[in-house]
Design a protein around this ligand. Structure first.
Ligand code: PLP
Length: 428
């Protein structure tokens, strides 16, 4: 990174790109010449290596039929475990603590079914009021399955400003009637990073099980789940990890819990050497593999293999550094170029509290996003007034950021957004 003072010129952006040691990874991805993709926090782009991995699974099916489970270059029977091991560096876990399986919401169900053990006075689950709806629905239904009223037993820590949840408020809510805590690592809307280390410490002091949803941090920033002593975590692989729409997700379970029977069992929870005994008594795997349920979705698992290779080469620490530079640069441009147009930066500004995206608030956000899209800058609208812009460290450049903010400035100057209705689409 140069020492050159910040400037709003295009040359300044190209200079930053020239100094970027990760810039060449862009060529690994199918980016479009004429548009700027800033929505990798919702669905990451296809890489050539993921495409090849998908192709390879298809070929092994063609070639081996059912024997693909045990033959070929990547026998399907072991692929979930193998990709779990390769995901471990992204979450700071031991190889046996991670499994590639299921989907985010199903994995949350599995983990709550396993770890939520109401007993005596400890019957409540602690979450927060800004969490993604699917997570809350899963917690509510798990409470109902145990015969509890979510109105009383799901405690959601309040936000003071609709953007941030203060760690102090979460810790204050860790009362002696809480059995389990489930929190996001990064808030999907404001991009706030929660201090997982501190929250885990505080939960452990009070003997409360604590788990995190890593959907918005996996592939964006490093974690040290094992070292922090987090009990469980789960995530999707289609956002920053670029493994494709509906790709197989992930589970981490701390080694002190390995050997536990899963709350939701199936034959793929088995110790692999015992699975085909066809016994009616489950012998669970002694790894995170025990939290699988049924036959893995091979075609949705394959692209992850290619993605994880790229992450192994780029390194999550280097990616985080670049991501922080990209989002800092974007915020600096917003401050300087958009100051007359009523935008508010809604994400925390400090490096350690800022995730992988910039979050802008504006009353006309819905139609500003439509105008951006018409100008070939792809943003992410969040109802009612949020614009998420994600410069992904693997395939976005500083010039992309520059172009995006210049486009936004032009849309505001020319009031282009007024051509559109200020309403969201069905998927937004
Ligand atoms: C993306 C996301 C989900 C999505 O869950 P799926 O089961 O993959 O549909 C859930 N929670 C959070 C926090 C997310 O960001």
């Amino acid at each position: 990174m140069g020492t050159q003072a910040f400037g709003a010129s295009k040359e300044y952006a190209s200079n930053l790109d020239q100094q970027d040691e990760l810039a060449f990874f862009r060529d690994e991805f199918y980016t479009k010449q004429d548009s700027i993709y800033l929505i990798g926090n919702s669905l990451g782009l296809l890489s050539k290596r993921s495409e090849e991995a998908l192709e390879a699974i298809k070929e092994s099916w063609k070639e081996f039929g059912i024997d693909g489970w045990t033959e070929g270059e990547e026998p399907w029977f072991y692929l979930s475990e193998k990709l779990g091991e390769k995901s471990a560096p992204l979450v700071g876990a031991k190889p046996e603590e991670v499994i590639a399986t299921g989907s985010t919401t199903v994995n949350l169900h599995q983990l709550i079914a396993t770890f939520y053990k109401p007993e005596g006075k400890r019957t409540k689950i602690l979450a927060d009021e800004l969490t993604f709806p699917s997570d809350i629905f899963a917690l509510q239904s798990q409470l109902k399955l145990k015969g509890y009223d979510p109105e009383e037993h799901l405690i959601q820590v309040k936000s003071k400003d609709g953007r941030i949840i203060e760690e102090d408020d979460i810790i204050a809510a860790m009362k002696d009637d809480i059995a389990l805590i489930m929190l996001p690592s990064v808030m999907y809307r404001s991009g706030q990073v929660l201090d997982m280390k501190r929250l885990t410490e505080e939960a452990k002091k009070r003997n409360i099980i604590v788990g995190f949803d890593l959907c918005h941090s996996i592939g964006a920033l490093p974690h040290a789940l094992s070292e922090w002593g987090v009990d469980f975590a789960f995530w999707c692989n289609y956002k920053y990890v670029n493994a494709g729409p509906g790709s197989v997700a992930g589970i981490y379970v701390n080694e002190r819990h390995l050997g536990k029977a899963p709350g939701l069992a199936g034959w793929f929870s088995s110790d692999k050497t015992r699975q085909f005994d066809m016994d009616h008594q489950l012998t669970p795997a002694d790894t995170a593999g025990a939290f699988q349920i049924g036959t893995p979705h091979m075609l949705s698992l394959a692209p992850l293999r290619g993605s994880l290779e790229i992450f192994a080469e780029a390194g999550i620490d280097r990616l985080r550094k670049k991501s922080l530079r990209l989002t800092q640069y974007m915020m600096d441009l917003v401050d300087q170029e958009l100051k007359d147009y009523g935008f508010e930066i809604g994400n925390p500004r400090e490096d350690h509290r800022r995730g992988g995206h910039v979050y802008l608030e504006h009353p006309e956000a819905a139609r500003i996003c439509k105008a951006l899209k018409a100008n070939k800058v792809i943003p992410d609208f969040r109802n009612p007034n949020g614009i998420r812009l994600t410069p992904a460290a693997l395939y976005n450049s500083f010039e992309d950021v520059w172009h995006a903010i210049q486009t936004l400035k032009k849309i505001m100057e020319e009031e282009q957004y007024k051509q559109y209705e200020n309403k969201r689409g069905v998927v937004a």
